[in-house]
Design a protein around this ligand. Structure first.
Ligand code: NAD
Length: 362
């Protein structure tokens, strides 16, 4: 039977549409575990991706999420120059109610059975403690606490990568990458945002910050000499750079029409509400967008350091390289007159194809 004969909602049809290699359904009634592991592409190396735990409304919604997220991990690893493929896992359930040591360790056994073709890490709804439980059953887990030999909190490394991405944009847009006298609005001053504010203030940028947590907003403003603004006013500021570091889809038709900045560069995942529509709208408006999955790859590099045995210096060097890769993406976008996210995808796809050919020769 050929694939086109399957219903478009069948799992096989969806795997075909996204180009996945493998999807594993994990079920264990005794612990209540219901999980899906998706391995998108392993051309460059083992598939690495976080395990997300969420109370998905349906199995279909969980599958869609894991397919989409694992595919984007393939691109993220490829563009960052890591020898990793793309994967992701989702556990269906409320992380506050349904999580237990047994459930996590049972999930770890499923990962162990994949013999290293999938390596996981923490994500939304999971934490370092969960990774420790998984580690009890398999060594194929990263992002474990420093106290047990892991790379620890990735947020400072992620912030450093975002900072390098911002500097690359400045270099391409203004001809030099100095932040002195430049103004930037950081939305969300959580783990990554606060570290980023520190780096920006060290280089004398004028920093506006917003967050829904007003106490934290006040504290961070005072600690770094940043200017706190109401969340909704952020998009009307006269600034050079908008840095989304809270949540996705904040770059949409409404905000693009309000924004007065010339650069968008932040850590949040899936910043463009619609990759195609808003990628082209930004290109039309002359707003330079640093692809999120590239400049927020510091966290992934931090995880990779555990597998590759890198020390902190090497991890930092690899993260600083985000500067050069971002410049390459921006130059390709300009040369081919395509959105920067499309330019990044093309560079990632080319690397995978090039390495696929090399592997085919032995
Ligand atoms: P975090 O949860 O520590 O911080 C998020 C901050 O955003 C919080 O202070 C929260 O109060 C604030 N926030 C939430 N909704 C908001 C809203 N509507 N408006 C303004 N502020 C709002 O998360 P984080 O680890 O700092 O990550 C920030 C973003 O970067 C997330 O999108 C995350 O997926 C992405 N990211 C993080 C890492 C990492 O290493 N932590 C790596 C890659 C990508």
């Amino acid at each position: 039977m050929i694939l086109s004969q399957f219903d478009e909602h069948s799992v096989f049809s969806q795997l075909d549409a996204f180009g996945h290699q493998k999807v594993i359904y994990c079920s264990d009634p005794s612990t209540g575990l219901k999980a899906i592991i998706a391995i998108h592409d392993t051309t460059l190396g083992p598939a690495l991706g976080g395990t997300r735990m969420q109370p998905y409304k349906s199995e279909h919604e969980a599958l869609q999420d894991v397919l989409r997220l694992s595919r984007s991990m393939t691109y993220k690893s490829a563009i960052t120059g890591l020898n990793l493929g793309g994967g992701k896992a989702v556990i269906i359930g409320d992380s506050r109610l349904h999580k237990s040591e047994a459930l996590m360790r049972r999930f770890g056994r499923f990962i162990e059975n994949l013999n290293g073709s999938f390596i996981t890490a923490e994500d939304v709804g999971t934490n370092p403690r969960d990774m420790e439980y998984i580690r009890m059953e398999t060594k194929h887990v990263t992002g474990i606490p420093e106290s047990i030999g892991g790379s620890g909190d990735p947020s400072p490394v992620t912030a450093k990568g975002v900072f390098m991405g911002i500097k690359a944009c400045l270099k391409e847009h203004f001809g030099n990458d100095s932040l002195a006298g430049k103004s930037i609005a950081v939305q969300g001053i959580g783990q990554v945002g606060e570290n980023l504010v520190g780096l920006l203030r060290n280089e004398n940028a004028k920093v506006y910050i917003s967050d829904i947590d007003e106490d934290r907003l006040r504290q961070v403003a005072q600690k770094y000499g940043a200017i706190a603004v109401a969340n909704n006013n952020l998009f009307d500021l006269d600034i050079d750079i908008y840095s989304p570091c809270a949540l996705g889809a904040t770059v949409n038709t409404e905000t693009i029409n309000r924004l007065k900045c010339s650069i968008i560069a932040g850590s949040a995942n899936n910043q463009l509400a619609d990759e195609v529509v808003h990628g082209y709208l930004l290109l039309e408006k002359g707003i330079m967008y640093a692809p999120d999955y590239l400049i927020n790859a510091g966290g992934l590099i931090n995880c990779y350091s555990e597998i590759a045995g890198f020390n902190k210096k090497k991890t930092l060097q690899m993260t600083e390289n985000i500067y050069e890769v971002t410049r390459r993406v921006l130059q390709k976008s300009k040369l081919e007159n395509i959105p920067t996210n499309e330019a990044a995808n093309k560079i990632a796809e080319k690397r995978i194809e090039d390495i696929r050919k090399i592997k085919a020769s032995y």
